[in-house]
Design a protein around this ligand. Structure first.
Ligand code: NAD
Ligand code: MG
Length: 388
């Protein structure tokens, strides 16, 4: 691996951000941290910036700027605050940038990072679902390399034979089924935030954990795969695989299926993107197939997981639909986590917003951001008038 790759982490205080820092700190002298960003966790950001000797730390919440200055006083670490400062941090030209902000809030920083034409390790699926081909086109235009971090997409990336792209017949995403795979449906509809975020296999941030419980996460991932691998909707499948050992598969026209296996630890896909095109050591457990014993597969239950169909329909419809789906889901999940709506209401809200709002296809980034904002406004109105 080339010595001292410069690294920026957008969303450094989150689950993916912390796993990235863990790997970097285990490889002294290999990486040099350029910038770290966070939304409002000044303490977490300052701690990470000190520990990694970052050159710059930026907090999105401007009300916490003074706290960040105080926390990093005397360290020589540059500080910044606000959305524009986060985009500026993304523009500092690191060799490798981790996009690990949650939600469409990560879209502007991701687009800013792509401008540098370097490598973007990509976890922030909501940004890609919302901006779709605009983001893929920007990566191409700037000559940037997009490396998928989401475990399924990283698995697919590892299984793709880039010398014979026409040989791929199908991509099969695996899904654990989340915490409610076998819960009685009436009980599932009444699930609490604590129950919904208790994922059986993965430890993740709250938003993606709720998305895993509704399986909207797999729906967003279908759209993510559609863009990352230029794969039409009818060649993208989902299979439930409760053990989360196979992280996804690629089927070829000759009938071969390639799969990537490993423990459910995000540090493995992150390490793959950090070292790419080489490999690096990780402290992660190794899988013991004899101890695991069996791997199970079932078709997703469409009644239990209506979010999957909503997302697939939005992918097929294209245009503004994926951005609306994502924005309504973000608003509904936030309301659920705040105790304002029930678990069973999340998908209803998303479906109603998609029914009510049908703008033209977004052709620019400001178009996407305007659709995102309006879809959230409608989601709030739906939650107030219909659900509450
Ligand atoms: P998280 O909630 O743990 O962390 C989110 C990070 O984004 C934090 O650093 C937070 O400060 C920052 N952030 C949140 N809102 C922001 C805003 N408005 N402006 C600036 N920064 C903001 O989330 P996570 O679980 O680490 O997930 C991050 C992304 O990676 C998500 O898109 C998720 O879908 C994706 N992802 C996560 C995992 C996982 O294992 N956690 C796996 C695959 C994909
Ligand atoms: Mg995933």
């Amino acid at each position: 691996m080339t010595a001292c790759k410069t690294v920026t982490i957008l969303g450094a205080t989150g689950s993916v951000g912390q796993s990235t820092l863990d790997l970097i700190q285990r490889s002294p002298g290999i990486f040099s941290v350029e910038a770290l960003t966070a939304r409002s966790d000044v303490e977490g950001l300052a701690k990470a910036a000190r520990a990694s000797s970052a050159k710059c730390a930026v907090i999105a919440d401007t009300a916490r700027f003074q706290d960040l200055k105080d926390a990093l006083a005397g360290t020589g670490i540059e500080v910044g605050a606000g959305e524009d400062a986060i985009a500026d941090a993304a523009r500092r030209g690191a060799d490798w940038t981790m996009a690990a902000i949650v939600g469409c809030a990560g879209l502007m920083p991701v687009m800013a990072a792509l401008e540098g034409g370097k490598t973007l390790a990509f976890a922030n699926k909501e940004a890609l679902v919302s901006a779709g081909s605009l983001m893929i086109d920007a990566a191409k235009r700037h000559g940037a390399t997009l490396l998928p971090v989401d475990s399924e997409h990283n698995a697919i990336f590892q299984c793709l034979d880039r010398s014979a792209p026409k040989g791929v017949s199908r991509i099969i995403l695996t899904a654990s089924g989340g915490p409610f795979r076998t819960t009685p449906l009436d009980e599932m509809a009444r699930a609490t935030p604590a129950q919904a975020v208790a994922h059986p296999n993965w430890s993740m941030g709250a938003k993606i954990s709720v998305d895993s419980a509704t399986m909207m996460n797999k729906g967003l991932e279908l759209i993510e795969a559609h863009h990352l691998f230029a794969m039409p909707a009818d060649r993208l499948d989902v299979v439930i695989h409760p053990q989360s050992v196979i992280h996804s598969m690629v089927e070829y026209i000759d009938g071969s299926v390639l799969a990537q296996l490993g423990p459910a630890d995000m540090r493995i896909p992150i390490a793959h993107t950090l070292a790419w095109p080489e490999r690096m050591d990780t402290p992660c457990e190794r899988i013991d197939l004899a101890a695991i014993g069996r791997l199970d597969f079932t078709a997703p239950d469409v009644l239990r997981f209506p979010a999957l169909k909503l997302a697939r329909d939005a992918m097929v419809a294209g245009g503004a639909a994926p951005a609306i789906l994502n924005a309504a889901n973000e608003a509904a999940v936030a309301a659920f986590l705040a105790g304002e709506i029930g678990f069973g209401n999340i998908v209803t809200v998303v479906a109603r917003v998609l029914d009510r709002y049908a703008p033209d296809e977004p052709l620019s980034l400001p178009d996407v951001l305007a659709i995102d904002k309006e879809a959230r406004r409608i989601a709030l109105a739906v939650m107030e008038s219909v659900i509450a």
